[in-house]
Design a protein around this ligand. Structure first.
Ligand SMILES: Cc1cc2nc3c(=O)[nH]c(=O)nc-3n(C[C@H](O)[C@H](O)[C@H](O)COP(=O)(O)O)c2cc1C
Length: 267
């Protein structure tokens, strides 16, 4: 009699386990699509935030289509590449930095000496985002990534049309500690980047995230940003990823081409 009772309990327990695992598995598969879409939307939201174009979640796709022109560039030459070389794996619509960096054909190893951002690999091509205003380029949004303390931090930097002044910064993916390194997401800190000089007149990268606070009024304050307190390693990571991506081994060739284009227009 007692054995029968235990048997029943085990059967019910087994039934509950099977039901729960089927339920969780179905929910996980069913929600995957929604999660992917939300991840994409969050990335687009961060492009808009960097470009100071974000208003609300309902308008994200419309504003993106109205104001942003994505362009695929070859990082080595800095040239824009045409749709003729796109295929199912390589195109603007599905471009994913992580996938492309690891791809044997579309990614490349970064020589250790050049690897200031400590990322080891990068895509050979990147999608940059031109913010258009009255048919002219108002800002250029550059995707960037680099190692922090715990994670690789992925973000966007917006440069003004002078190609020197920083107009915005966002991070959309990282695993730094909330309240410490995670403060890279804090809008107050992000705002302090607005108006800082990324380059000097000779085109050298001068933006620097310092340890501690910038002293206002000093000449170097124009290209310095406060470090995050208690997060020196994350802060150094942000500083180094800026130096890599803005430098000659990052977007340097692309920015030189753009500068030449700008000065040709002025002639
Ligand atoms: C639980 C824990 C989480 C931490 N998270 C971070 C972090 O996300 N980023 C960071 O730079 N330092 C983090 N730190 C602190 C570092 O270990 C290191 O002490 C710090 O970067 C030194 O910064 P400071 O010179 O501004 O104090 C963390 C420390 C602990 C104990």
């Amino acid at each position: 009699m007692a054995d029968e009772g235990i048997g029943k309990i085990l059967k019910v327990a087994l039934g509950v386990c099977i039901f729960c695992s089927v339920f969780v598995a179905t929910a996980a598969v069913g929600l995957k699509g929604i999660q992917e879409r939300n991840k994409k939307l969050d990335k687009v939201k961060n492009i808009l935030l960097a470009g100071d174009l974000y208003t609300n979640n309902e308008e994200i796709e419309k504003i993106y289509t109205d104001y942003i022109e994505p362009v695929m560039i070859d990082l080595t030459t800095g040239e824009a590449v045409g749709e003729d070389i796109f295929n199912d794996k390589f195109n603007i619509g599905t471009f994913d930095i992580k996938v492309m960096a690891e791809d044997p054909e579309y990614g490349q190893a970064i020589p250790a000496k050049q690897d200031l951002a400590h990322i080891k690999r990068r895509p050979k091509y990147m999608v940059v985002y031109l913010v258009k205003k009255d048919d002219a380029i108002d800002k250029i949004i550059l995707p960037m990534y680099g190692k922090g303390l715990w994670s690789t931090m992925y973000g966007f930097l917006a440069l003004g049309s002078d190609l020197k002044t920083i107009r915005g910064l966002t991070f959309y993916e990282h695993g730094e500690t909330p309240g410490l390194g995670g403060e890279i997401e804090n809008p107050r800190w992000r705002k302090t980047w607005d108006g800082k000089l990324a380059f000097d007149d000779a085109g050298n990268v001068i933006i620097t995230v310092i340890k501690g606070k910038v002293v206002p009024g000093r000449p170097e304050a124009s290209h310095q940003v406060d470090g995050l307190s208690g997060a020196t390693i994350t802060t150094r990571g942000v500083d180094q990823l800026m130096k890599y991506w803005l430098g000659e081994n990052g977007y340097g060739p692309f920015l030189s081409r753009m500068r030449r284009g700008n000065s040709d227009e002025q002639v």
